[in-house]
Design a protein around this ligand. Structure first.
Ligand code: NZQ
Ligand code: ZN
Length: 387
């Protein structure tokens, strides 16, 4: 196990009715807030009205930024910063999924930055002071509710980039699984795939002696496999929604990656798909992941794929290691299909013409340290296999 510095400062209020703590949480940091939200799902489920009543009853003043788009745009970040500056906002409250929370994070950082916020996306080291961020999560997927990251797009240049800073970790997050009952089947499936991908990105590493991280990751994966299906069949199954919500946070809050070391590779590849074709993040991941797994399987990596097959999918440990690994990859692919996720790039409108360009843009020098080292040509081969 490698050295690490533990820091997960987000206070989590988990479960039914936890919104009752909203006013007290906000008042710890200020009295004037920006409410950031998306295209209106929070109004349909009654959360908006519930929240506004609490704010009014507690004399918390607010301004709003609505219409944050899935794959949030830098233009919307700029709009949010302007609203905050004009109204001396003290706290940013993000109510929604990962897109809303990510947008809110860069707004909160941008208010304290003199230049254009795109600088903070391309150069995270420029992030310094950040307004306090509070979240109310409505979609289990990205883990943004408990992590330092934000992913912002500039569609005019086909760039979708991740940034991050310790100070962008939310101060507090309200995680009430009931708010996710209304998440449609396709978003529930994509969210489950995203959570699983975050786990895969850290689990597949060569670090020795990380039994705690490995067994926790395997348990989270088993929970996603069990409850992902249940949530799709019965959207109001509380335990399914609760397990997915808590898995979303654990997958990326640091607990399973501390002490391990492996650069993420499937995410940078997927971000290119979203940057050029504006597809749903989790769908892109589910399409690419089995192909990345197949491509990564060799003598140096088979040990971990076999461990995954035995501990996550219950495959007979007495079989040949490559047989276990291949069965595990097949089961992963089948699972995403069972959730109703498309399994080829063509199904989501992606053709061959931009694959080379996207492979070039996805390439990162750190990929040579990946679980299976990759170069631009390898990425292109994975894209082609997924076509
Ligand atoms: O906009 P509204 O009306 O709220 O509708 C949203 C949106 O259309 C809807 N939705 C959310 N909660 C709902 C609901 N519909 C019904 N009932 C509810 N309770 O779902 C749609 C998708 O929402 P979005 O926020 O885009 O989804 P998600 O949470 O998957 O976020 C995806 C974004 O996060 C980034 C992705 O790249 C993508 O831009 N990521 C952020 C990460 C992070 N911060 O750590 C890591 C991830 O790997 C990921 O890259
Ligand atoms: Zn993701």
């Amino acid at each position: 196990m490698e050295n690490f510095n533990y820091s997960i400062p987000t206070k989590v209020y988990f479960g039914k009715g936890q919104i009752k703590n909203l006013a007290a949480i906000i008042k710890e940091s200020g009295n004037k807030i920006l409410i950031a939200y998306g295209g209106g799902s929070i109004k349909k489920i009654g959360l908006y009205d519930e929240m506004i009543k609490i704010l009014n009853d507690n004399s918390i003043s607010y301004v709003e930024l609505s219409g944050i788009e899935p794959n949030p745009r830098i233009e919307t970040v700029r709009k949010g910063i302007k609203i905050c500056k004009e109204n001396n906002v003290e706290v940013v409250l993000a109510v929604g999924g990962g897109s809303t929370i990510d947008c809110a994070k860069v707004i909160a950082a941008g208010v304290k930055y003199e230049g254009d916020p795109w600088d903070l996306v391309t150069s995270p080291q420029k992030i310094n002071e950040v307004l306090p961020i509070v979240t109310i999560l409505t979609l289990s997927a990205t883990g943004s509710e408990m992590d330092p990251h934000a992913v912002i797009s500039d569609m005019t240049t086909n760039q979708k980039l991740g940034t991050g800073h310790e100070n962008m970790k939310p101060k507090a997050s309200i995680l009430d699984p009931e708010y996710t009952y209304s998440v449609p089947k396709n978003q529930t499936a994509a969210g489950t795939a995203d959570i699983m991908s975050h786990i895969f990105e850290t689990y597949f590493n060569h670090t020795k002696g990380v039994d705690i991280q490995d067994s926790t990751a395997e348990g989270l994966l088993r929970a996603c496999i069990k409850y992902g299906k249940i949530a799709i069949e019965n959207p109001k199954d509380y335990d399914a929604r609760a397990n997915l919500m808590w898995a979303s946070s654990w997958a990326i809050n640091g607990l399973i990656s501390y002490g391990t070391n492996s650069p993420w590779v499937v995410h940078p590849m997927e971000h290119e798909l979203s940057a050029f074709y504006d597809i749903t993040h989790g769908v892109g991941l589910a399409i690419l992941t089995p192909h990345w797994m197949k491509y990564s399987l060799d003598d140096t990596t088979v040990f971990k794929f076999a461990q995954y097959g035995i501990n996550v999918w219950g495959i007979d440990k007495n079989l040949d290691k490559f047989e276990i690994a291949n069965k595990a990859i097949e089961k992963t692919s089948e699972f995403f299909k069972e959730l109703g996720i498309p399994s080829t790039l063509r199904e989501v409108g992606i053709e061959e013409d931009k694959l080379e360009l996207m492979a070039k843009k996805a390439m990162n020098p750190y990929f040579k340290y990946a679980f299976k080292p990759l170069d631009e040509n390898d990425i292109l081969k994975i894209f082609k296999a997924a076509l």
